[in-house]
Design a binder for this molecule. Sequence first.
Ligand code: FAD
Length: 378
Amino acid sequence: MIFADKEEYIKLRNEVHKFNLKELAPVADESDEKEAFPVSVLKNAGVLGYVGPHLPEQYGGMGDYYAKAVVYEENCRVCFGYNLSLNASDLIFANNIARHGTEEQRQKYLPGVIKGEKIGCWALTEPDAGSDALSIRTTWKKDGNHYIINGRKTFITNAPIADFFIVIARKPDSIKAEGGCAFILERGMEGLSTGQPFKKLGGRCSPTGEIVLEDVRISKEYLLGKEGSGFKDMFSSLDIERAYTPLSSIGIAQSCLDEAILYAKQRKQFGQYISEFQLIQEKLAVMSAELEVARRYVYHLIELMVMGKRITKEASIAKLFASDMVNRAAREAIQIMGGYGYMREYKVERYFRDAKLLEIGAGTSEIQKLIIARELLK
Ligand SMILES: Cc1cc2nc3c(=O)[nH]c(=O)nc-3n(C[C@H](O)[C@H](O)[C@H](O)COP(=O)(O)OP(=O)(O)OC[C@H]3O[C@@H](n4cnc5c(N)ncnc54)[C@H](O)[C@@H]3O)c2cc1C
């Protein structure tokens, strides 16, 4: 039996859904409009164990990757932007600490994130290095027992509000995957500054911004993982991130379908409910079929990840298919709702804007195709 059909996860799903309807749904539209992250929801979610459930129990988590999948999907049904920031903190930042950090680093950084009291971010992308991740120019050099970091990161989820940062840098003159290091930085360190949140199309309550690093000098306790293993560790963690990302598409597409059905059963044209028109029924049927196929594949993918299987190809397949699917679902939901769907007052307008990021972030659709082809041909 697949994890999502087990009683404990059905129960968890219902609980998270109830919490989100009570706490997140009422602030989702306003947070999007004001481009402000709903910090209080994160804190309340932390109290209930909905932040970092996959992280080890000794730091406050449940050590349960399936619970993380359930919470992730449910969050995205209500507010994708909220989950985008939560995920950058508890999955990308904290999971990297849990997987590659020392015991001291885990004790220092994980409990605050799991409680929802501290926010982390993870910074690879630079103004001239996006898909071509190995072309980053942020550098580290050694100065006795210290490291000095210089560079600039952009498009970083949570950068404007983060307490903690993981920054990927390379040794000057190193090539390809050599000389990579990950460092843990903290707000307030000399030489580290962040810019104002960027104005975005979607995921607007999730603050995205720049990080500027000017001679940031840190001792070796802030090195994450081994010196030189930064890129290798990064690629192994990216597979986990990409296994979860398609759940954003599943959550948003489910909400698109729910809203479209509700509307089609209420709206009358030509003297009948539009749900009675076969052209509308066809749209609902295709949305549902594509959603269910994607959902089951993504659950299967999460199970493969938990088993410790290599999921590079499968994660790319899931991300590619699900992001394409949700963009079609959001477009069709607006189409079913006509002019009303185009209005801010209706949620599908936000879902449509949110869905686009899923074809760009964590590796674009083009890059997913390249990965799938590379895996097939090797
Ligand atoms: C809202 C948001 C949040 C983000 N959060 C983070 C974060 O927290 N941390 C972080 O490090 N990064 C983050 N990113 C960055 C994100 O991962 C990059 O935007 C993404 O990897 C693409 O890089 P790019 O934007 O530089 O586009 P580019 O790499 O410049 O790509 C431009 C276009 O060229 C295509 N392309 C590039 N190379 C190839 C190729 N070889 N073959 C075919 N087509 C190609 C791409 O698919 C795309 O269509 C975020 C981005 C956004 C928009």
